[in-house]
Design a protein around this ligand. Structure first.
Ligand code: NAP
Length: 526
């Protein structure tokens, strides 16, 4: 049952008088629940509780934290059809997508549990003492990663499960040993409450300290109060550039600035190189149209920018792209705000000088979006920064460059991106080395003859990229390495052996892999 309450640790709380409501974006229906906006007092309680839980949670063993994460996955599955139906109603995403996302959410939690059980994620590095070193003795130094402290998580509207309440940010922060406070996304308030209750049940069953997880509802003021609260030590965010940058700036202005890991999306450029295009223009158009319209284009990896060199074959490609997008059915977006922004930004681009619309816009009732493609010359693109902005939805812009020199100029002008894709033959790669190198410098993941939508969750994935796609290009928000966002190194110098953490003890009681005097080993130190 939906209560509309915040969770201050394991206590449901609704002290405020203002409420938010959840709306089905497909029908406009107001869904069950009046969600109490958290008061400043409740935010202070949640952050104080998180701070007091931080010490005891950091001392919970990695294996016990793994049991907690596995229990969260079990409790999410135990929510059954109620969760699936609520997430569908709140997001307009189809059942297959939501059940797939639930599976991904649980698998992420279980993958972090395995990482914790194995134990080497603490990056233990040991340099033993050399007392007789000349001219000076060398001291004993032992370094490992420890949790940062309470983390505020802002879930994404476009992944109500996998990038929201128990999504990648929460899973990696809890895995790191940090208490989490989630600011519920207004787009899926009921889903957020159900998943929050599952996390709290799991915390209770596995005896985690009260305050290890809290959830508050509200809008910008609640988010700002969280980020600026002195107890919060890091932030995980997925959403718009405007929101992410505002949170980053607020965190930087604090008396104690804290890291903000904001993933803010990108246009994900696709380069069409000559030999590849000549052999498969229509197939490429079909493939890219499928990627542009997947999930109503509401992916941060949507291929929103396609770059080719003027030719008859590129014209064949653009016609085929326009035809494929015109044939794709309009579909409902995640919420009215996102649908309105899509309509406004795509209409504004269509009115920019030199922009030609390839797929005629279809009439779309309610919050539906019509798939769209537009094209411009390389000159127009280079001269107009408005054409470089992301249009969040089933949209792509084709840039027709006059030459490979201009293609290189266009790539050089791009901002930082999550992904870059090269549609090419091996000959194309060899003859466009400089362009490929320039693209590599702009992106976090570079693809060869594929589409950027579809982000595999595994240790080698990097879902991040140079600013403004994220606020920190060194870190991924997907995959095992996401845990390192919420940990920091500490070095023990000449510390008594018995008082060292297990990860750094000579006999290696955890059996983990460590770097000892330059060797990577899981053996004890003799
Ligand atoms: P958003 O507006 O950035 O909001 C994300 C979260 O941050 C929400 O919980 C929001 O609270 C909060 N927030 C926003 N501005 C804030 C501020 N100044 N201070 C504190 N908290 C703040 O993103 P969205 O609602 O998911 O979607 C809006 C747009 O974001 C889309 O049209 C799209 O352009 C982009 N988007 C990008 C991605 C991506 O993958 N990078 C994903 C989804 C959306 P409120 O809801 O209360 O405002």
């Amino acid at each position: 049952m939906i209560t509309g309450k915040n969770f201050i640790g394991n206590t449901p709380s609704a002290k405020g008088t203002d409420h938010l409501t959840a709306i089905n974006p497909a029908t406009g229906e107001v869904l069950e629940g009046a969600f109490a906006i958290a008061t400043q007092e409740e935010i202070a309680e949640a952050t104080a509780l998180a701070q007091s839980a931080a010490t005891s949670f950091s001392q919970v063993s990695a294996k016990e934290r793994a049991a907690f994460l596995n229990a969260i996955a079990d409790e999410i599955m135990a929510l059954g059809d109620e969760l699936i139906q609520r997430a569908m109603a709140e997001s307009a995403l189809p059942e297959g997508r939501i059940t797939g996302e639930r599976g991904r959410t649980c698998n992420q939690l279980k993958a972090f549990a395995l990482l914790l059980e194995e134990g080497s994620f603490v990056n233990a590095t040991i340099d033993t003492a050399i007392p007789d070193r000349q001219p000076l003795p060398k001291v004993d130094l032992r370094k490992m990663d420890i949790p940062l402290g309470p983390v505020a998580v802002f879930g994404a509207s476009n992944f109500p499960l996998a990038f929201s309440t128990a999504g990648g940010d929460t899973a990696s922060a809890l895995a790191a040993g940090c208490p989490v406070i989630v600011k519920g996304h207004e787009s899926h308030l009921g889903t957020n409450e159900l998943v929050s209750s599952a996390i709290l049940k799991a915390a209770e069953k596995t005896c985690m300290p009260n305050g290890v997880f809290s959830m508050v509802n509200g809008s910008v003021e609640v988010g700002q109060a969280l980020v600026t609260n002195p107890s919060i030590q890091a932030v995980g965010f997925t959403g718009s550039y405007r929101g992410g940058k505002a949170i980053f700036d607020a965190a930087a202005k604090r008396e104690q600035p804290i890291p903000v890991y904001a993933e803010m999306g990108s246009t994900n450029p696709v380069l069409l190189l000559e030999e590849k295009l000549n052999t498969s223009a229509e197939a490429l158009a079909e493939q890219l149209a499928g990627s542009v319209t997947l999930g109503v284009g509401q992916f941060c990896t949507n291929p929103g920018l396609i770059i080719g060199i003027e030719s008859d074959v590129l014209n064949t490609f653009s016609q085929a792209l326009g035809k494929a997008l015109a044939a794709a059915a309009p579909a409902t977006m995640l919420n009215k705000g996102i649908a309105d922004v899509y309509e406004a930004t795509s209409s504004a681009l269509a009115n920019e000088l030199g922009v030609t619309t390839l797929a005629a816009k279809q009439t779309t009732p309610g919050n539906q979006a019509s798939p769209l493609a537009m094209e411009v010359s390389g000159d127009t693109f280079l001269a107009n920064p408005k054409l470089h902005q992301e249009v969040f939805g089933p949209f792509t812009l084709l840039v027709k460059c006059s030459s490979s020199t201009q293609m290189a100029e266009v790539v050089a002008k791009l901002e930082g991106q999550l992904t870059g894709t090269v549609m090419a033959t091996e000959n194309d790669l060899a003859s466009n080395g400089d362009i490929i190198q320039a693209l590599q410098n702009k992106v976090g993941r570079i693809l060869f003859n594929g589409v950027p939508t579809g982000v595999e969750v595994c240790p080698s994935m990097h879902h991040g990229g140079p600013f403004p796609s994220t606020t920190n290009p060194k870190y991924t928000s997907v995959g095992a390495d996401a845990i390192h966002r919420f940990m920091r190194p500490i070095c023990y110098q000449s510390w008594p052996r018995a008082a060292l953490p297990d990860a750094l003890k000579n006999d290696n009681p955890l059996g983990i892999w460590r770097t000892v005097d330059g060797d990577f080993t899981n053996k004890p130190i003799s």
